[in-house]
Design a protein. Structure first.
Length: 159
């Protein structure tokens, strides 16, 4: 007669119950969290303010955007660069895990340029180049970015 040892069943039940408890108390862990901040940020919105302008942006769902969100709130300086963007240097480099070629470049994109460690707020057409990581998209249009000059910049998390 073959006897079955109950230990594997108990261990299996114990593992199931432990996993269930972890899923209830820490749902981001049970969902397979990712990224530098330890969780996914879906549809996160940020507020960007400089000069007399205040506008919102939605962040992408990628590790670089999550890393950027972990720095918020930020007080930086924003200035004109070239004829199609404003830039702001971050206090540290971001994760480059979100680096992948993308298409559909458009004014209103918020990107991170990894080689220089800066944010790029595009207000005119541009083309993807290596090291450019899209972090999000401005929701209220590009008009504030057309204000020329260098200004104190504040970026806060809304949701």
């Amino acid at each position: 007669m073959i006897q079955h040892h109950p230990l594997p069943v108990i261990a299996s039940r114990r593992g199931f119950i432990t996993g269930l408890a972890a899923g209830i108390t820490c749902p981001q862990l049970a969902a397979g969290s990712e990224g530098v901040t330890g969780r996914k940020e879906r549809g996160m919105k940020i507020r960007i303010a400089f000069s007399s302008h205040s506008f919102t942006a939605s962040l992408e769902d990628n590790p670089s955007a999550w890393d950027f969100a972990s720095l918020l709130p930020l007080a930086l300086s924003i200035s004109d660069y070239s004829t199609n963007e404003k830039i702001a240097y971050l206090p540290r480099k971001l994760s480059e895990e979100g680096d992948r070629p993308f298409g559909n470049e458009a004014p209103g994109d918020l990107c991170y340029y990894a080689p220089w460690g800066n944010l790029a707020f595009f207000h005119a057409g541009y083309r993807y180049s290596a090291g450019l990581i899209r972090l999000g998209r401005l929701e209220d249009g590009i008009a504030p970015l057309l204000t020329r000059g260098t200004f104190p910049l504040h970026i806060d998390r809304l949701s």
